[in-house]
Design a protein around this ligand. Structure first.
Ligand SMILES: Cc1cc2nc3c(=O)[nH]c(=O)nc-3n(C[C@H](O)[C@H](O)[C@H](O)COP(=O)(O)OP(=O)(O)OC[C@H]3O[C@@H](n4cnc5c(N)ncnc54)[C@H](O)[C@@H]3O)c2cc1C
Length: 287
């Protein structure tokens, strides 16, 4: 299928891209890796008259350490996350989970910024960013603002990004010593989106959970932060009872759409299983 005709723009700076967004208005769409946008255009779900290609803006790519914060340019592709020594050492959940996204072709072009900005609860980075306590730097006509991942995902394909704004950077706190992590993703086959997924980051202090963040993939209209599940773990030892309590609390907030991956009951049950597995994986690494 061929998408409808559009005008193509290739700015070299974020300022130029923001100015183009301002002048072209709602007729324009940003193009990153194109792996979500182009399929939507081919299916006529999106028919932008203008595409503003971010691929020539060098400042939007790369992974840098800034003290205890890791700064990731929005146009950094999945493969660069997977192979980044900085991420492997300081936020190992990200490269490990990025390797579970789609297939090598998609990971060569698909960007972390596009994955987040798309606002698709089936994408993996939204739940990962909730578990990682990430923040997003957004550029617009009035300069930059920063939004926590907790406040970014507003509804199905709806985020805190305004029409004239660009996600420019993802900021992730580096893991403190003895942080454990896990991302469990149930999928029908390699290259598929999650039937249900769970991202867990936790720390233990004298055998009890002192820190926990849990994000859920594809079991609601947005990625979900499972705060009650986190509360079910905090201050407790990790045993069958506390892990079951966390899984039950996570399942209680699931509101998945029924589709070919399964019905609501199945997806909710699988979310519980993914939470259990991700907690156990994180616990083993936190020792
Ligand atoms: C076969 C297949 C399997 C896939 N499986 C998975 C999977 O398992 N997990 C997963 O997470 N993803 C999956 N994806 C989606 C893939 O990761 C996409 O690359 C991703 O959703 C979008 O990133 P992109 O860079 O391609 O963005 P694009 O498709 O170019 O853009 C997506 C949307 O975000 C907007 N946008 C892009 N960048 C910015 C920015 N910097 N600021 C503001 N708005 C922006 C665009 O305007 C557009 O609306 C799959 C895709 C395919 C084709």
């Amino acid at each position: 299928m061929i998408p409808p005709a559009f005008d193509y723009h290739a700015p070299r700076t974020v300022g130029e891209a923001v100015a183009l967004l301002g002048s072209l208005g709602s007729e324009a769409k940003l193009l990153a890796g194109g792996h979500s946008l182009l399929p939507m255009m081919k299916l006529r779900f999106a028919q932008p008259a203008h595409l503003i290609d971010l691929n020539r803006i060098d400042s939007l790519r790369g992974i840098r350490e800034d003290g205890a914060t890791i700064r990731i340019g929005a146009m950094t592709v999945e493969n660069d996350l997977i192979t980044s020594p900085v991420l492997q050492a300081r936020v190992p959940l990200l490269p490990e989970a990025a390797a579970l996204i789609a297939d090598p072709q998609v990971r060569n072009r698909g960007t972390i910024g596009g994955d987040i900005a798309h606002g698709d609860p089936a994408n993996d980075h939204p739940a990962l960013s909730l578990a990682l306590d990430a923040s997003f730097v957004i550029a617009g006509p009035n300069g930059e603002r920063t939004v926590k991942a907790d406040d970014f995902f507003l509804g199905l394909y709806v985020t805190a990004l305004a029409e004239d704004e660009i996600l420019v950077e993802i900021r992730v706190p580096a893991f403190a010593p003895k942080t454990g992590w896990g991302y469990e993703k149930l999928k029908r086959k390699t290259g598929d989106w999650a039937t249900a997924g769970a991202a867990v980051v936790l720390r233990l202090d004298a055998g009890r959970v002192s820190y926990a963040r849990i994000g859920l993939t594809n079991v609601g209209p947005t990625a979900l932060r499972a705060t009650d599940a986190e509360a079910a773990l905090l201050g407790r030892a990790l045993d069958d009872a506390s892990i079951d309590a966390a899984a039950a609390a996570a399942m209680a907030i699931c509101d998945p759409a029924e589709d070919l991956r399964g019905d609501r009951e199945y997806k909710t049950a699988m979310a519980g299983q993914m939470v259990r597995r991700a907690i156990r994986a994180a616990a083993a690494r936190a020792q």
